[in-house]
Write a protein that binds this ligand. Structure first.
Ligand SMILES: [Zn+2]
Length: 480
């Protein structure tokens, strides 16, 4: 009896009656080149070209026209050593704030250390959240996901059919949750999906799609790889040359990045205060500034940038300046993610969002999105969005002061850009259209045109990046 049970168990393990979830992985492995071959893979190198989207920084929240053309693209994965590196040169197809010159990028992951190497060779450690995403990204390839799914320590679940695909959820031995889809007919992997946190969009699906499979050293490998974050295409890669188990180079994290302390989250906010007019304060201290304007019975905040940490600190500082007056609204300069990353925090604090009409639908959606992976202030205390959409211009006015908000029309930086004009102080608050001191000023001429068209008399520019500057600096930058 004992002997017979053993034989039955052996027979099942060896051949027949794989579970449906196991069958999907087995089918994919067979289609790609065979289980044993896949398990023996050590390195994978993909070279080619493609393009990157401009997630969160295009002309409108839903625009997709801006891209970086990629050349000298190389993605190297040390499968067994758990290291990966992407090197690429990217060239913008739009008026980029740093200018149009090609930029070399190097981004890697080595165990739990994510790192970037600047064109001058300086390596810096990236945040833990980046490391988590890059670790997941390593499985966004047919060979790596199927290899990980074949590991007995992986958990397979929820086998299903979706249209022409068979789909299975995979939790890898190192705890990464992914979804693998394969073509129902060819059995070749079509997609890998994992979830990630995005400050602005909350829980997002990162989906890599695979097509145009070709023969590479006994394997079938896709020569087109397309990646989306939520519904935004972030990368389209065309593999011109692929190799398995050839030299992948040294993929170890540079010593400087490895020695650096882990980065658990955004740095603590440092908020400096400078009164630049009676009842007008410039809040600086880090990369993204804000302005507070005092009215008779309330304060208006201009910009809640970056993330909860910065936005909540800026709101707290405003309350400190005039404890008797509520901060009732935030003027948002434009939708770009670094300038709107604190909008959800502002909503959580009860502020009305005043923004270009082109952002209204986007913020309505953003405020309603799930943030379960990294719950933010609004996720912990949900509130509806109160919004005031600016159509061309808007006066914020009471007995004590007027602030004019104007759309910056036709600016190549963004189609949803607002500037704020304080006539008493002759201050112009703006961001990105003109950054005092920046080497490239591709948007300054348009800003000057807008100032002239509105017949504004400006003494000083109050930029939300860089230092306050006399108007003459804008005139100079516009002519350069
Ligand atoms: Zn911007």
């Amino acid at each position: 009896m004992h002997k017979k049970l053993c034989l039955v168990a052996l027979a099942c393990a060896a051949c027949s009656t794989a579970t449906p979830e196991r069958q999907i992985v087995n089918d994919a492995a067979a289609a790609l080149g065979g289980r044993d071959r896949i398990l023996a893979v050590k390195t994978l190198v993909i070279e080619g070209d493609g393009k990157n989207g401009n997630l969160g920084q295009d002309m409108t929240p839903e625009a997709t026209g801006q891209a970086f053309a990629l050349s000298d693209y190389k993605r190297a994965i040390d499968v067994a050593g758990h290291r990966a590196r992407v090197e690429q040169t990217r060239t913008p197809n739009f008026a980029y704030f740093q200018g149009m010159a090609p930029q070399k990028q190097v981004q890697g992951i080595d165990g739990d250390v994510a790192y970037n190497i600047a064109p001058n060779g300086t390596a810096t450690r990236a945040a833990n959240a980046v490391a988590k995403d890059r670790n997941a990204e390593m499985y966004h390839h047919p060979l790596t996901i199927v290899r990980a799914a074949l590991d007995p320590a992986a958990k397979l679940s929820n086998p299903r059919t979706a249209g022409a695909e068979r789909v299975v959820d995979v939790t890898t031995a190192d705890g990464v949750a992914l979804t693998l889809a394969i073509d129902g007919t060819t059995k070749l992997p079509t997609r890998v999906v994992s979830m990630a946190d995005n400050t602005n969009l909350g829980d997002v699906a990162i989906e890599s799609s695979f097509s145009d499979y070709q023969d590479v050293g006994g394997f079938k490998l896709p020569s087109r790889l397309t990646t989306k974050t939520d519904h935004y295409v972030t990368a389209e890669i065309h593999a011109a040359r692929q190799t398995v188990d050839e030299d992948a180079g040294d993929l170890a994290a540079p010593a400087a990045a490895r020695a650096a302390a882990a980065i658990a989250g955004p740095p603590p906010a440092a908020v400096t205060v400078e009164e630049i007019g009676k009842g007008v304060w410039f809040l600086g201290g880090q990369s993204h500034h804000s302005v507070i304007v005092e009215f008779a019975d309330h304060l208006t905040l201009i910009e809640a940038p970056q993330n909860d940490v910065r936005a909540l600190a800026v709101i707290a500082k405003a309350r400190e300046l005039r404890p008797g007056k509520p901060v009732t609204e935030v003027v948002n300069t434009h939708h770009h993610f670094d300038h709107s990353g604190g909008i959800r925090a502002a909503v959580a604090e009860g502020l009305t969002v005043v923004t270009h009409k082109g952002n209204a639908v986007f913020y309505q959606t953003a405020v309603g999105r799930a943030h379960t992976i990294a719950p933010d202030a609004l996720a912990k205390a949900p509130k509806p969005l109160k919004i005031e959409a600016v159509d061309g211009q808007l006066e914020l006015k009471d007995a004590t002061r007027t602030v004019y908000l104007y759309a910056v029309d036709g600016n190549p930086h963004s189609d949803t850009l607002l500037m704020a004009y304080l006539p008493q102080e002759k201050l112009l608050v703006e961001v990105d259209a003109f950054t005092p001191g920046a080497a490239a000023q591709p948007y300054a001429a348009n800003l000057l045109e807008n100032v002239k068209r509105r017949n504004l008399t400006v003494d000083r520019i109050v930029p939300l990046h860089g230092a306050i500057a006399p108007f003459s600096e804008l005139v100079k930058a516009a002519g350069s």
